[in-house]
Structure formats: C-alpha cells, structure tokens
Design a protein around this ligand. Structure first.
Ligand SMILES: [Zn+2]
Length: 347
C-alpha cells in the first residue's frame, strides 16, 4: 500500500467490531429507526456501505428518510445524525459476520485529520492506481480569481486527488500519489493556499521546464508499472483547467486515441457521472464528454490512462462549487464509484 519508501507509516491495527445478530433484530421488529453519525468527508454511499447496507439498494430510501438533513447534492454534514433505512436482516448472514476485523492503516500524506484510514472492504484488492494531480511544484496550472483570492488549479486538483486516493485505499486498492505534497493533507478549507513545494514520486523536485516536468511524472509511473507488471493498473490524471465549457461544472474525460481500454474506462466514469447527475440533480443536464486527446502523460504512460478535467477554475459557477470541500469530496466519491465499476468490468 503506497510503497514503503513513501515514509507512510503503515500501522495495521486490527480492531474487532462485534455485530450481535440478536442486538439488531429487536430494533427491526420494533421498527426503531437506526441513527448513525456522518464522519468527516463521508458521502451517502460511504455511510451506507460502512453500515452494511448496499448503496444501490438503499440510496433512494436513505435520501427520502433524511430529506431536510442533507446539503446540496445530498451532501452529508459531518457530525450530524442520519436515519438508516429499515433492512431485513438475515440472521444467518448476520451470524457469519459476528466478528468482523476492521483494518486501519496510517498515511501521513492525508494530513493529521485524515491520516488514519479504515480499510472497509477488499473490492479493489489487486488494483493499482497511479494518481497524477495536474501541475504542481513551480507550475500552478490555470489560475482563477474569486473574491480577490487567487485559486490555483494545482491545489484544487491535488485536494480532489488526495480524497480519491483515500477512498480507493478504503476499498483495498494500492495507490501511488505521483504528485505529492508533504505538508498539505486533505484540506477542508475553501481557499487552498498556493505553494510550490509539491514533489514527484518518490521525492523528486519538479522542474520548471514543462517537457521535463511531464517526462518526470511519466517515468515515475512507468517505473512502477514495470514493477507491477501483470496487475490491473490505471493512471488517472486530474486537472481543473481553464478551457471554456459553458455554464456547468461538467467533468470531461480524455483517453489516448490508440487505447480501447482507456476509452472504455473513460466511458465507465462518464456513465457514473451521468447516473449521479440524473439521480441527484435531475433537469440540470450533464454534458461531460469522452474524447481522444493528444496529451503527453496519457500518450506516454504504460497503464490504461484516463485524464479528467473537473471543471473550469476561471468560471464563477465552477469556482463556487470547487471552494466547497464537500463538493470536492463528492467528486472523489463519484470517481471512486466509477473506478469500482471499471475494475469490476475489466479486471
Ligand atoms: Zn491542468
């Protein structure tokens, strides 16, 4: 997980959570609602799965039950209580999970508040992700202004990428953060302070020259790819560029022209976004596309690659959304769900 040379103290602790089948059943019979508290950074999907409920089965019921307690796009508020939908517990199945070990691992790169990660299941066991947050080091990427504050693409792309990394690890994936910042963990602030100390995996200073910068991250990915040959591997590049895409914060997916698998993976992600927007914001319309594009990192890295443009850092409406940490988390959650589908379909 992350590789030992990442200075990430991996500290597996086994805790035991005991589910007493006999404890839950009276709750169900008495139709007592089960209340749970949302954790920091958690979405509906995660909250349901953490509580042993299938998200696809119970998502709608959950949203219905908790109307009025949810934020925009059905965001959860950390620390708030939510009601879980009634479930039919099969006592035999419950008995089998009487003692379920919860593994936690520590990754300092996520910052103090998020360093401790619970490994919730092994759905992505065997999958390896190289996550490349766009730009970094001396290159801030696209720059926008909002309320007289400077918004730098590299910081916002990095925050979403870190959140994505953490989600993937929760599902048992192996994740390499290719762009890395030793002191910016996941940040729950609106304005992410720009800095220039990002490094390239494992700990290389990022050069100013664009071609050298892109070659450096490409080499970092390809060296790891060779070591992991034979495994399911994906390179995911994340940007928040300044190209004009109209009104909405649509998310665009790009792949290498020659890569059928890159196109397939891109479509799987796009479908997930389409589905999410249809469910959570019907009528809003989602116009994100999948297309081939000649991008250095996508062309030259060996793993199946998807390049994602999350929106426009210069566009007011996109800015309003990006500065909300919950929205950055939602993007990471949706990408994770798309990558779960991608792994299921293509492993
Ligand atoms: Zn960019």
């Amino acid at each position: 997980m992350f590789g030992s040379n990442l200075q990430l103290k991996i500290n597996f602790r086994i805790k035991f959570i005991v589910f007493f089948a006999g404890f839950f059943i009276p709750f169900i019979l008495n139709a007592q609602p089960r209340e749970v508290v949302a954790k920091k950074g958690e979405g509906v999907y995660r909250l349901l799965t953490r509580n042993g409920l299938s998200a696809s089965e119970y998502m709608d019921a959950f949203i219905e039950l908790n109307k009025g307690r949810l934020g925009e796009d059905n965001m959860l508020f950390a620390g708030a209580k939510y009601i879980l939908p009634d479930t039919e517990i099969d006592p035999a199945a419950a008995a089998e999970t009487t003692t379920s070990p919860v593994k936690t691992a520590r990754f300092d790169i996520f910052g103090e508040d998020y360093a401790e990660v619970e490994i919730l299941d092994d759905k992505l066991d065997g999958a390896i992700y190289y996550l490349v947050a766009g730009h970094g080091g001396p290159d801030p990427g696209a720059v926008g202004y909002y309320n007289n504050r400077m918004l730098c693409e590299d910081e916002y792309a990095y925050d979403v990428t870190l959140r994505l990394a953490r989600e993937l690890i929760e599902y048992g994936a192996t994740v390499y953060m290719i762009t890395r910042d030793q002191n910016d963990g996941i940040r729950d602030e609106s304005y992410l302070k720009p800095d220039k100390d990002e490094r390239c995996y494992p700990n290389q200073v990022i050069p100013i020259n664009q071609l050298r910068r892109l070659r450096q991250r490409t080499d970092a990915v390809n060296n790891l790819y060779r070591k992991n040959r034979g495994a399911f591997q994906r390179m995911i590049a994340i940007h928040v560029d300044a190209r004009s895409h109209g009104e909405n914060i649509d998310v665009f997916f790009y792949h290498d022209r020659r890569s059928t698998n890159g196109e397939k993976a891109s479509r799987t992600l796009q479908n997930k976004f389409q589905e999410k927007y249809d469910t959570h914001q019907p009528g809003r319309g989602y116009h994100g596309t999948v297309s081939p594009r000649a991008l250095y990192v996508v062309r030259n890295t060996y793993p199946v690659a998807v390049y994602i443009e999350l929106g426009n850092i210069n566009h007011f409406r996109d800015q309003q959304r990006f500065i909300l940490p919950n929205n950055r988390q939602a993007l990471a959650n949706w990408l994770t769900e798309g990558l779960l589908d991608d792994f299921d379909n293509n492993k």
